[in-house]
Design a protein around this ligand. Structure first.
Ligand code: KIV
Ligand code: NA
Length: 275
């Protein structure tokens, strides 16, 4: 899809939305060529690409830098970019300035923010400004320290009710889609039925209107600590490691570079210099 206006059309037509993360030019090219409906430049960037152990250190400039690369790789795909930790919590004025800056510099089609509460006002304001906003409820990694780690959310009645209410509030505030992360499938299915906007699940079972996975997790590309909800659809890490090891061996043995990789001049050229 080209823009987030198609999100609701997909839902009306009961077509599953395929979302995948990407953080650079080649990743986004592969995602677009594979026919992903939408790309998320997630702040999971911090963990799978930058090697931090949470999303907290990721900055606005990090997100913009990677989103621009993803945009160049996927010029025809709707790209959603995460607002990083802390960038939408210092009041609506600074949030608006930050969001406008991210939109103008990154080439994003939409921004994503985590949580409800005061974030509902953020969704309303940014939507009013003309920025499509994707909401994100359930496990919200930017607040993992407050949630007590990375664990399933909405398991008891009160917590499930809270997530349902928050989902309705996100929709009422103008969110164009809702990511549901790590919630029981029964709850995700209910929320998906209640909302007119599509839900995009990750660890939320098959009842959502779409699915999202982290690029590195689904391809076995350098990510360790892969959660239960991930299916690994390919293992690119093993051939990648083998390829690098073969290169190292070939350099050390002198097998690389071969004649085929080498440029030549006539011997007479250097004879004129060196005799
Ligand atoms: O940053 C990310 O990759 C995300 C998805 C897991 C939804 O927010
Ligand atoms: Na994220």
């Amino acid at each position: 899809m080209k823009s987030t206006t198609e999100f609701q059309q997909f839902k009306r037509e009961q077509r599953k939305i395929v979302m995948v993360t990407a953080y650079d030019y080649p990743g986004a090219r592969y995602a677009e060529a594979a026919g992903a409906d939408t790309i998320l430049v997630g702040d999971s960037l911090g963990m799978v690409v930058l090697g931090y152990d949470s999303t907290v250190p990721v900055t606005v400039d990090d997100m913009v830098h990677h989103a621009k690369a993803a945009r160049r790789g996927a010029p025809a795909t709707c790209i959603v970019v995460d607002m990083p930790f802390g960038s939408y919590h210092a009041g609506l004025e600074s949030t608006t300035r930050c969001a406008v800056d991210m939109m103008q510099r990154s080439g994003a089609d939409a921004l994503k923010v985590e949580g409800a509460g005061e974030v509902i006002d953020v969704i309303r304001r940014l939507t009013h400004v003309g920025i499509p906003v994707v909401a994100h409820l359930g496990l919200t990694p930017q607040s993992a320290a407050v949630l007590g780690g990375y664990k399933v959310q909405g398991r008891d009645t009160a917590a499930a009710q809270q997530i349902m209410n928050d989902a309705l509030a996100c929709e009422a505030a103008g969110a164009c889609a809702l990511v549901l992360e790590c919630v029981p499938q029964q709850l995700a299915t209910r929320i998906s039925a209640q909302l007119a906007i599509p839900t995009i699940g990750i660890g939320a079972g098959p009842g959502t209107d779409g699915q999202v996975l982290v690029f590195h997790d689904l391809l076995g590309y350098g990510s360790h600590r892969v959660p239960k909800f991930v299916q690994q659809f390919a293992d690119i890490g093993t051939p990648l490691q083998a390829g690098l090891a073969a290169y190292a061996d070939a350099v050390r043995s002198g097998a690389f570079p071969a004649e085929a990789h080498t440029y030549n001049i006539d011997d007479s050229v250097l004879e004129r210099i060196y005799g």
